[in-house]
Design a protein around this ligand. Structure first.
Ligand code: F0G
Length: 399
């Protein structure tokens, strides 16, 4: 097996010489220039295909380091709350470590089948909380403290350190030419935090001469960062984040019984645990924040898919956001934009099939209920009778 990335980048990561390394060759994912998508977005777009990791998402990059550290501490169990991908990753790395039991907390009915099936198959103890991700996240922190079980959500600093390698690989692929923009979906805000830290450290080391700009894209139905950053003007403020404003907003959400709700279930989060670190990254990278509707997310997802790479809904928020920022004139048409496709297309086939379906009831049930009105980029299946002539005719007509 090639050298694990966390060993390769050892000098920039908190990996001690004697630490065990539990790796599945994660992280060597492609960065692909996307000319057709660039035309649609209106700038020069590269896609970082994180779905090519062992469990189909970027989470493996942080999990390898967190599980290696858990092994070094002699942990016999690790625990996390998840919208699905972290749990899939935890389940696999625990299983291959043969050292520790994986325990995952998920919200009820909130996780896509692709992800749930991974966690179940890899043998994690799967605890379904009667609530959503924000509930599960709050509970898992209590349980981890109560039972002394090692927590590997992205509040665990090793997870975020491991995720810095996404940016190391982007820069390597671009031969250390810093792109103008990194655009990333924002959920628990671990990636954006990790990216800011990666660039800050590389600049300190003199390996890059400037930081790219960072755009973090929320789903409109889970838009805490957008609300706090753009409407309430909450900033890093040299570490003195206005936590009263943040708390006030959460209080309002509770008073209105407003829960996160989006087809992009990976980022269906109202209380991002890495909020302050993300604000720091936004300051370092002269960042911007936007939100994308489920309609915009699914249209962008279909355009990514049509270009030959697929992704799950949350990932496409990056492309939808980039398009929006070009339309606003924030991203220039000649600028080089790297969109992070955080998770694999097969993670959530329900959303994909509902978008492309000819069955209006199915469309309404899965997407119409979320305000998605049309599927302008759908590739619909053609129904034909089981007769040679009819099949040939259909192919001649549609082929
Ligand atoms: N995209 C995908 C596919 C994800 O799974 C997640 C997070 C994000 C984007 C958001 O990244 O939290 O760093 O801002 N998924 C977590 C999970 C919450 O439990 O799998 P973030």
């Amino acid at each position: 097996m090639p050298q694990p990335l966390i060993e390769r980048y050892r000098d920039s990561l908190p990996l001690e010489p004697d630490d065990p390394v539990i790796s599945l060759n994660e992280g060597s994912t492609p960065l692909v220039e996307a000319p057709r998508l660039s035309e649609r977005v209106g700038a020069r777009v590269w896609l970082k295909v994180e779905g090519a990791n062992p469990t189909g998402s970027f989470k493996d990059r942080g999990m390898t380091l967190a599980i290696s550290k858990a092994a070094e501490r002699g942990a016999t169990a690790v625990i996390c709350a998840s919208t699905g991908n972290t749990s899939a990753s935890l389940a696999l790395y625990c299983s291959v470590s043969k050292l520790m039991r994986g325990i995952i907390f998920i919200g009820s009915g909130k996780i896509s089948y692709g992800k749930l099936s991974q966690a179940l198959d890899y043998g994690a103890l799967t605890v379904q909380i009667a609530g959503d991700f924000d509930d599960a996240m709050a509970r898992v922190q209590e349980v981890s403290k109560n039972l002394g079980i090692y927590l590997v959500n992205s509040v665990n600093p090793f997870r975020l350190e491991g995720q810095k390698t996404i940016m190391f690989r982007v820069l390597e692929a671009l031969r250390w030419q810093v792109p103008d923009w990194i655009v990333v979906p924002g959920g628990n805000l671990g990636n954006s935090s990790a990216f800011g830290k990666a660039f800050y450290e590389l600049k300190q080391l003199g390996l890059i001469d400037r930081l790219p700009r960072l755009a973090v894209i929320n789903a409109a139905g889970a838009n805490t960062l957008n609300e706090l950053y753009n409407r309430r003007k909450v900033r890093w403020n040299a570490g003195a984040v206005d936590l009263a404003s943040v708390g006030g907003y959460y209080h309002e959400l509770d008073a209105r019984h407003k829960r996160a709700s989006t087809i992009a279930s990976a980022i269906e989060i109202n209380r991002p645990v890495n909020l302050t670190k993300c604000l720091r990254a936004l300051e370092w990278c002269d960042g911007v924040v936007r939100e994308a509707t489920d309609q915009e997310i699914l249209d962008a997802k279909a355009q990514v898919g049509a270009g030959g790479l697929g992704c799950e809904p949350a990932s496409a928020a990056s492309v939808a956001g980039a398009k929006k920022l070009v339309a606003e004139g924030v991203i220039g048409k000649d600028e080089r934009v790297v969109c992070i496709l955080t998770g694999h297309q097969l993670k959530d086939p329900t959303a994909t099939v509902a978008y492309h379906t000819t069955d209006q009831d199915k469309f309404n049930e899965v997407l119409g209920s979320r305000g998605v009105k049309r599927a302008a980029f759908a590739n619909r299946a053609v129904a034909v009778p089981n007769e040679l002539n009819e099949i040939v005719k259909a192919i001649q007509l549609y082929g």
